[in-house]
Design a protein around this ligand. Structure first.
Ligand SMILES: [Zn+2]
Length: 188
């Protein structure tokens, strides 16, 4: 995980800094979210795309309800593409379209067509949901990948999964960006 390059235009860099400084996220009540996440885990084992899509949609709709925002349209697709256009914030297994607010998650790897692990799918779902939250609720229309963004997404992911949050250790780069120091993060 590497943070985005800091934008040059001042209004955009101000948004970037706001996102970077927002290192935590308010959490809703977890019981229903965790039940729906378990349901997604079961659906993923069945490897049926429609079931996985329905379970993902229920979970993200519940997240949106909890944060009192409109649920994003969501699609689960099979093998992930190896190249995605510049109009999307691309991730390994998902993306978010700023304009339509639609989320896409891919349930299979590009080459071997293996089903994504539950942890990866849930983490991608939470990551894309955080983009949606930035855009529609937090006043962060560019939804940059900042330290704050990654930390908010991680807090949400661990909350839904009911696992302890590990605080991320960041390594600074010369251009002002950061990447995760996984070795030191995992030692914590
Ligand atoms: Zn992203």
């Amino acid at each position: 995980m590497h943070t985005d390059t800091i934008p040059k235009i001042s209004i955009d860099s101000a948004e970037y800094m706001r996102s970077d400084a927002m290192r935590t996220i308010e959490l809703p009540s977890g019981d229903k979210l965790r039940a729906l996440a378990s349901h997604l885990k079961v659906a993923l084992k069945g490897e049926e795309r429609k079931e996985i899509q329905a379970a993902s949609l229920s979970l993200i709709t519940e997240l949106a309800t909890a944060y009192e925002i409109a649920p994003p349209p969501l699609k689960v697709l099979n093998a992930r593409p190896r190249k995605v256009t510049e109009n999307y914030a691309t991730e390994t297994f998902g993306d978010y379209d700023f304009e339509s607010t639609a989320i896409r998650l891919w349930m299979r790897t590009a080459v071997q067509k293996k089903t994504t692990s539950y942890g990866t799918l849930l983490s991608t779902l939470c990551h894309e949901f955080c983009h949606h939250l930035d855009v529609v609720a937090l006043g962060l229309p560019h939804t940059y990948h900042t330290r704050g963004f990654y930390e908010r997404a991680a807090i949400l992911y661990h909350f839904v999964q009911d696992t302890p949050v590990r605080s991320i250790v960041w390594s600074p780069h010369r251009n002002g960006t950061f990447s995760v120091d996984w070795a030191r993060t995992m030692r914590r």
